[in-house]
Write a protein that binds this ligand. Structure first.
Ligand SMILES: *[C@@H]1O[C@H](CO)[C@@H](O)[C@H](O)[C@H]1NC(C)=O
Length: 120
């Protein structure tokens, strides 16, 4: 059993090491879904219309006089709508795709009183 006695401590050391270098779970997978800068406005608008309609996103905050209305750009409104959809349906298989019009970010896009949803 000489073999065993040298392998076991090494195995345990390796295990401890793996635990130490493994990424922290806390705050690691916070993700928001926003419009991809590359996407033309016409496509963003279509995707936004879908998200806010059949998609089931909550687009109240991008309506006139709501906190995320300004900046009143197709891109900003698309980002809000995409993220609302993504946060709402991610756990049920909804993705941040929108025919390639959307992208994931790990930076909270919220600004001033415009808060982007985040559902853990
Ligand atoms: C939609 O968002 C608004 C603003 O955050 C909120 O007041 C409202 O309750 C939401 N509606 C639904 C159906 O979740």
């Amino acid at each position: 059993m000489r073999r065993m006695s040298t392998i076991l401590p090494r195995l345990m050391l390796a295990l401890v090491f793996m635990l130490l270098i493994s990424p922290k779970r806390d705050g690691q997978d916070e993700q928001w879904c926003i419009a991809d800068e590359q996407t033309p406005d016409s496509e963003l608008q279509q995707a936004t219309d879908w998200a806010c309609g059949a998609g089931g996103a909550n687009c109240t905050n991008i309506q006139v006089s709501q906190p995320c209305y300004y900046p009143n750009t197709v891109k900003d409104h698309a980002s809000y709508a995409f993220n609302s959809y993504f946060q709402k349906y991610r756990s049920k298989g909804g993705s941040c795709y929108f025919k390639g019009a959307a992208m994931i970010t790990e930076l909270d896009p919220s600004y001033n009183s415009c808060r982007y949803d985040y559902t853990p």
